[in-house]
Design a binder for this molecule. Structure first.
Ligand SMILES: [Zn+2]
Length: 355
């Protein structure tokens, strides 16, 4: 219950912030809507623009991206002992635990995601290797992979952005290898291979660079992760910092590449002992995606209208071009539907009569 409340508070908080920013921008818009003498307005047929809900929605961007990620797992034991039987995965136990008749009362395997107890483990003194953290460091590492799918909804104001998002990561947990004492300790595959990680986050960013159609936005995700049902304690907080390099195709559509680094960790505790393991799991991601927003003007309703730019048909109401593709930039003076003549395009250019 407590966990659920945390999620709710987090979301209501972020959503409230978003609404506040949107409302404050309505006020600014209202002030910008200056009125000249009526006679000039009539003469020039000055368009009214779109000071309505669409204008507001126009500044909300929806983003979707996917890519590739690597997670560098690492954990180290403190005050623990380990036994390596030839051909088996390593088994951990509490060095102060009772050993009678060469039998360890309780030992543990699969301490990565679901700790499993092994009762009355016999020691074969001839072949088994035993050591403890008093004499050697016990550290295991794994480099695992994931494919993320990220959805964001953010609001732009000045050069900043604020929003919310969620993501799914199709994650593959790979084998763990010992960092030290590799001659005696074996690698192991935790009893988990595939899992879908989920994240909910607040999204914040600021534009730091701008060059023609290109821009760079330093942005962060701060939120909650859920590693899924195969983990005993799957929930926690994470932080992701990245740079979105964006190319604007039009005022409604842009594409971006986003390298990022992420930090999160979780803990598993071994039952009936004071032992617990801290799992660090920093990640790097490279995402590629697109961002869209709703055009602030409605599409012109006259079916044979071929105007390429925002225009009026009298009455001051402004319309969006029917023929302009949403992903193409629009020059406010003449439109840019056909920047290259048709006859110079593609295969046409080799023809005698390109039309
Ligand atoms: Zn029209």
């Amino acid at each position: 219950m407590v966990r659920k409340d945390h999620y709710l508070n987090f979301f209501t908080g972020t959503c409230l912030l978003l609404v506040l920013f949107m409302l404050s921008s309505v006020q600014v818009q209202a002030q910008e809507n200056e009125n000249g003498p009526i006679i000039f307005d009539r003469f020039y047929n000055k368009p009214r623009g779109a000071y309505n809900i669409r204008h507001l929605l126009n500044r909300l961007s929806f983003g979707v991206s996917s890519g590739y990620g690597k997670t560098y797992y690492k954990h180290e034991f403190d005050n623990a002992a380990i036994i390596q039987k030839p051909g088996f995965q390593p088994i951990i136990f509490n060095p102060t635990s009772l050993i009678t008749n060469d039998t360890i009362t309780t030992a543990y395997v699969n301490w990565f995601n679901q700790v499993e107890g092994v009762g009355s483990l016999p020691i074969n003194t001839a072949t088994d290797y035993i050591t403890s953290t008093d004499s050697t460091r016990i550290v295991y590492k794994s480099t695992s992979r994931g494919i993320p799918i990220v959805l964001t909804l953010h609001y732009d104001f000045l050069k900043y952005r604020i929003g919310v998002g969620m993501s799914w990561e199709y994650h593959k947990v790979k084998e763990f290898n010992p960092k030290y004492n590799t001659a005696n300790l074996a690698s192991f595959q935790p009893e988990i291979q595939k899992e879908r990680f989920k994240r909910y986050f607040a999204y914040l960013g600021g534009r730091v660079w701008n060059y023609y159609d290109y821009s760079a936005v330093v942005d962060a995700q701060i939120g909650l992760y859920n590693l899924g049902v195969q983990f005993v304690d799957p929930k926690g907080i994470y932080f992701n910092l990245g740079v979105s390099v964006e190319k604007e195709f039009s005022e409604y559509f842009s594409a971006f590449v986003r390298p990022s680094i992420e930090y999160k960790r979780f803990q598993t505790s071994l039952p009936e002992t004071a032992l617990s393991v801290n799992h660090n799991m920093p990640s790097i991601f490279l995402n590629v995606g697109v961002q869209m927003n709703l055009p602030e003007l409605r599409k012109c309703k006259i079916s044979n209208c071929e105007t390429q730019i925002n225009h009026t048909h009298g009455g001051g109401k402004e319309w969006r071009s029917r023929s302009h593709p949403f992903y193409k930039k629009q020059n406010p003076h003449y439109g840019e539907n056909y920047p290259r003549l048709y006859k110079y395009k593609w295969l046409k250019k080799n023809k005698l009569n390109p039309y």
